[in-house]
Design a protein around this ligand. Sequence first.
Ligand code: NAD
Length: 431
Amino acid sequence: MNICVIGSGYVGLVTGSCFADLGNNVVCVDNDESKIKKLKNGMIPIYEPGLEELVKRNKREGRLVFSSDLKKGIRASEVIFICVGTPPKDSGEADLSYVEHVAKDIALSMPSYRLIVEKSTVPVNTGEWIRHTIEVFNKKKIPFDVASNPEFLREGSAIEDFMHPDRIVLGVKSKRSRELLTELYKPIKAPIVVTDIKAAELIKHASNSFLAMKISFANAIANICDKTGADIAEVARGIGLDKRIGEKFLNAGLGFGGFCFPKDLAAFIRIAEKVGYDFDLLKAVERINEEQKMVLMKKIENLIWNLPNKTVGVLGLAFKPNTDDTRFSPAIDFIEMLIAQGVKVKAYDPAAMGKARKVLKGRIAFCGNAYDTAKNSDCLVLATEWNEFKELDFKKIKKLMRQPVIVDGRNIYDPAEMRKLGFKYVGMGRR
Ligand code: NAD
């Protein structure tokens, strides 16, 4: 099939490369010309394991091209995926102006039937608005369909998630769009859930909100563990082995971040509000998540006393491991809180230094590795659970630090081992 993917970010680039790898001809379009220039020159603007090889292979074999010419992409492709950003407004509502813009451009450029698929995460009823927008500008009354195909990939394992998803959700209105999408996804072995467009849109927000709720639930239990002396690792395992609950997403810590959970949760609260439902359950999920950073701050204060002019080393800046994405990263938010308290911050991340520098430039010291970060620190905070932080030489770290204090914001270390090594160690809800 000939496919156009509009928006070549984390989702668009992975979607386009994977569809090309499955044998389709794909044009990845972006209005950020510098991004397209890089991609044309074989440079990948984001860190995502396996993506570089995938892009190179499909480019070389002629199935994947990059362009900033949206019209050309639309003319060449029967199926068009919208993968542009839907960032949060101050109110928490999703900003859909990029989606509207693209819908208008599609209407003005399509020469014959097109299937327009929303892959960006959008509020329920956006499909209707896309259809309406296209109708307004589609003066020649060219036939078209709109469909919803929400994306569930996770940064850091995006290709694996795209190629082996738990399910594929297709929100469709016509037989033609259903057949086109079913054909396109045929090589991927996963259950296909066919719904109407509204249900597909709701499935994405409901899934992300549910997962965020699991994390906040685990964090709430971890806080009770801290107050009672129980260990969240034991409690989470005891809960998670119940198949109705499941072990995943019960990790207590600094809370969730990234470009999906916080914004999708906030958007879902506003969506519910708009239709007259007060989703206060999700408001509590948001509040617990925010409070986790304060919980961590209190732990540091309890261990090193007054914060101003103390030095805190932070391991990890990305919102999670295996990505360079720092959007809504709890690590960055936490560093902002430390700076506001007058703390001198040193930090290191294996992939996100470039992106973090843009936000924190001149306000913290960026280090070359974990050991530099530990050097002369009064406290070392583990903020992102990269594998390389699991394998550190802690005897060396202890010698380098001003005070041997470790606050494990992701519960990756064994408390007993850390204490045996002579550290003052606290985790989140750990004994
Ligand atoms: P991103 O910011 O990385 O990418 C969006 C891209 O769209 C940017 O490169 C931007 O330049 C481009 N763009 C904006 N307007 C455009 C236009 N008019 N024409 C062409 N290109 C345009 O965002 P992302 O992380 O890929 O997320 C995209 C959508 O997918 C969002 O709705 C997000 O919620 C959703 N999503 C993201 C993830 C994730 O893990 N990042 C997972 C699932 C769903």
